[in-house]
Design a protein around this ligand. Structure first.
Ligand SMILES: Nc1ncnc2c1ncn2[C@@H]1O[C@H](COP(=O)(O)OP(=O)(O)O)[C@@H](O)[C@H]1O
Ligand SMILES: [Mg+2]
Length: 242
């Protein structure tokens, strides 16, 4: 299992793995007792690594955005169109830090709206801590490989999440697919760094792309609704509830 962090010295074990910025952020989170265990790696993605961890004996996911990510230019577009982050300019580091904060804020909005997402716990620099969705240190499977009993019901559930996200949380996920949904009994939405508020000029087109992705996946397993009708229903409800 992972390194148990009784004091900051034990962090040295990880010095070969993490850059200086990441180590400082990890030290801070350990010092504040927000991380008590750093476990093994769960995922190595394009922009971030995810580790299992613990906080007071409770499982957490530690998502660490790489400062040297290749994709930081693409991140800028999702930041500048979103009024909460439109003033973010500058260095690679600042963009990554803003991105981390954005994912935290997005998860918090979705969580408060009652959508099943990992509860966000804390962030510092390029590190986001959230509730661990899984069992025995293993994350729930992604929807693409999960055994789903009733695909039609799961499809409707996900459409419901998208609608609540749009109408109540005033967000579009903008990277929704069978990769960013975990499944155990019910679907959970994850990976919300790129999610934008409705004032983003491309919010509606991001929503349409999400709808098409979900329809593409579920059309293999059940009947799906017309994409235009889904869009009109969600946009119509959002107008009624300003
Ligand atoms: N809160 C979480 N609980 C459990 N596993 C998680 C959690 N967040 C991420 N993971 C695991 O890490 C993987 C990548 O996470 P994701 O947020 O989609 O990052 P990426 O930006 O790399 O796609 C997920 O598919 C899942 O296996
Ligand atoms: Mg992902």
């Amino acid at each position: 299992m992972g390194v148990r962090l009784k004091d900051a010295d034990q962090m040295k074990v990880r010095e070969d793995v993490f850059d200086e910025v990441t180590l400082i952020a990890l030290y801070k989170l350990v010092h504040k007792k927000l991380i008590s265990v750093i476990g093994g790696p769960i995922s190595t993605g394009k922009e971030a690594n995810v580790f299992y961890g613990e906080q007071d004996g409770r499982g957490i996911a530690i998502k660490i955005y790489r400062i040297q990510t290749a994709n930081f230019k693409a991140m800028s577009e999702y930041l500048t169109g979103d009024r909460r982050f439109s003033s973010i300019r500058g260095s690679r580091k600042e963009i990554i830090f803003a991105w981390t904060k954005k994912e935290y804020s997005n998860l918090a909005r979705a969580y408060e709206a009652g959508i099943p997402v990992p509860q966000p716990l804390a962030f510092d620099r390029n590190i986001l801590l959230m509730e661990f969705l899984g069992e025995s240190e293993r994350p729930y499977p992604q929807l693409r490989v999960a055994a789903v009993d009733d695909p039609a019901a799961t499809y409707r559930e996900i459409l419901g999440y998208m609608e609540t996200l749009f109408v109540k949380a005033r967000l579009v996920h903008a990277d929704l697919s069978e990769y960013n949904i975990l499944y155990a009994q019910r679907p959970y939405l994850i990976d919300m760094g790129q999610a934008v508020t409705l004032d983003h000029p491309r919010a509606a087109s991001f929503l349409f792309r999400d709808v098409k992705n979900i329809n593409r996946f579920f059309s293999r397993y059940c009947d799906v609704q017309d994409e235009e009708e889904i869009m009109q229903r969600i946009l119509g409800k959002a107008r009624q509830e300003p």
